[in-house]
Write a protein of this length. Structure first.
Length: 323
């Protein structure tokens, strides 16, 4: 074990020398020297049956410093990483390739250039997401979704016609909504105009589907999308006042990448807020809504059916897919 640990420390020191990382070289060198001294002292001292052998010091992770450098920016090209590391671009590409293979880094193509990012950052620069995103907090867990799935499973009619369905799996996914904070001026009722100002200013939020730009309404009956569910933006009944919101790490969320990449622009949704409701958009932000996708099977896998429910009240929902 001592020889293996010493070999690992020497390997780390070698990699540190290649990277030009003095800290890594020093720590690896100390580990090697420390083991050599301990070995000499152990050989000179009389053996003791009761004395426990000293535990070898852990060799430094040869990738740690490289990951730290990579994490200083959202993403880097090989050239940028080479500049930050102080060595050539060829060596930078080799190191980045090692980081990807070891599961420390991800890569994506931007135009003609390959970019790399540290997975430990929690961000998803490959699809344009920061480390922290806002989500609607799920109220139904996997066990609850499975129980609801059994309620949706079909059985033979009178025990003779059709096929029994069994639960195959339940999968949690998060879908994008555009949250638009707005400000609108509303005319007050005749009675209120007699005793006060004729208009009042209201603030609120709307939630738009990112592809159809339909507006979300929500109740205990579930989620419904409509182009203009109310005359005034402030009259739309949605998630506000019912759902809880929480920040989450983007890299840890099961986000539908296809759904996110196909989104309309924030300018489009801001324009629709003004056009449909006469309300002034103040801010547009991403919010991710939790859905359970329930797969039911029949005849041992001869056929499948998918039922999607929201993770708030567990009602079936028709969530439009990208066109």
């Amino acid at each position: 074990q001592t020889d293996a640990a010493r070999e690992a420390a020497e390997t780390a020191r070698s990699i540190g020398e290649e990277l030009g990382d003095e800290e890594l070289v020093a720590s690896a060198g100390a580990a090697v020297v420390g083991r050599t001294v301990r070995r000499s002292r152990t050989a000179a001292a009389p053996a003791s049956a009761s004395a426990a052998a000293p535990a070898p010091a852990a060799a430094p992770d040869p990738h740690e410093q490289a990951v730290r450098r990579l994490a200083k920016k959202k993403s880097m090209t090989a050239k940028e990483f080479a500049t930050a590391s102080g060595f050539g671009e060829k060596k930078a590409r080799a190191v980045l390739k090692e980081l990807v293979a070891a599961g420390h880094a991800g890569q994506f193509k931007e135009g003609r250039v390959q970019r790399f990012w540290a997975l430990s950052s929690g961000a998803r620069p490959d699809i344009g997401l920061p480390a922290q995103v806002m989500t609607v907090a799920a109220r139904i867990d996997a066990n609850g979704a499975a129980a609801i799935a059994r309620d949706h499973a079909r059985s033979k009619l009178l025990g003779l016609i059709g096929n029994d369905e069994q639960l195959a799996r339940v999968v949690l996914s998060y879908r994008l909504l555009y949250k638009v904070d707005f400000r609108e001026t509303v005319e007050r009722s005749l009675l209120h105009r007699v005793v006060g100002a004729g208009t009042e200013e209201r603030l609120g939020s709307l939630y738009f589907h990112p592809h159809t730009l339909d507006v979300l309404t929500f109740s205990r009956e579930g989620v419904v999308f409509a182009p203009r569910p109310a005359e005034r933006a402030s009259e739309v009944v949605d998630l506000d006042g019912f759902a809880a919101f929480a920040e989450a790490t983007a890299a840890e969320l099961p986000i539908s990448e296809t759904d996110y990449r196909a989104r309309r622009s924030e300018k489009d949704v801001a324009r629709e807020t003004k056009t449909r409701f006469g309300a002034a958009p103040v801010r547009v932000t991403d919010v991710f809504f939790p859905l359970w996708e329930i797969t039911l099977q029949r005849d041992g896998g001869a056929g499948y059916r998918v039922v999607t429910i929201d993770a708030l009240v567990g009602r079936p929902v028709s969530w439009p897919a990208p066109a």
